[in-house]
Design a protein. Structure first.
Length: 208
């Protein structure tokens, strides 16, 4: 059997909660099918559109209502992990129930350790949020000197944030223990590479 990481792209999860839940339910049979074949699975996911949406919502609301605080990206990332994880748990649990399988799905709101001197902080490269035209992007950057907008894959301009290399997963021991007790684990929303999962010794492949 294998312990497998499945990465779901944030852009592939739709633009609304309804679209996201539907996309996940469409993917759930394949995810559960891997368990039926004897594998253990960890589900990771991107969160670019979702974390950008959450950050923009708080930013817009805080400018209009004093009682709504602005929300920094780490907190918005945690919210996006919970929001996406919630839908994943629902979709997977629904499929498990159909098949009378006893497995449980759980989301771990995950932190990664990075080097504060990582040069990635000097060159933000991870796109988040919605797409904008070049004129819209220039207007936004003029209004906010800290904002960096760049063209993304020929589809328009998006906000760029730093993406430093992970050094460690703070909750790795919790993830390992859940996997060892037949939980489907949803973790590290915001993307962590397969090689990094292996480095943390969370993923080991066993061939029968």
């Amino acid at each position: 059997m294998s312990r497998i990481v499945i990465a779901l792209g944030g852009n592939a999860l739709g633009n609304t909660p309804e679209e996201q839940q539907k996309m996940i339910e469409n993917a759930a049979p394949s995810l559960v099918g891997l368990i039926e074949q004897g594998h253990e699975i960890i589900i990771s996911h991107g969160n670019g559109p979702q974390v950008g949406m959450i950050n923009l919502a708080f930013d817009t609301a805080s400018k209009q209502l004093e009682k709504v605080p602005g929300m920094e990206l780490p907190e918005c990332t945690a919210m996006s992990q919970g929001y996406i994880g919630y839908h994943l748990q629902k979709g997977i649990k629904k499929e498990l129930h159909k098949k009378n399988m006893p497995w449980q799905a759980v989301t771990v709101v995950t932190q990664v350790l990075v080097d504060k001197n990582d040069t990635a902080f000097l060159n933000p490269s991870k796109p988040i949020g919605s797409f904008y035209t070049e004129d819209e992007a220039n207007k936004l950057m003029k209004e906010n000197a800290d904002l960096i907008m760049k063209e993304d894959s020929g589809r328009g301009f998006r906000r760029m944030v730093a993406s430093p290399k992970p050094i460690d997963i703070v909750e790795k021991d919790s993830i390992k223990r859940l996997l060892d007790h037949e939980f489907i684990v949803i973790a590290c929303g915001g993307e962590v590479s397969l090689s990094f999962w292996m480095k943390m010794e969370i993923i080991k492949v066993y061939l029968q």
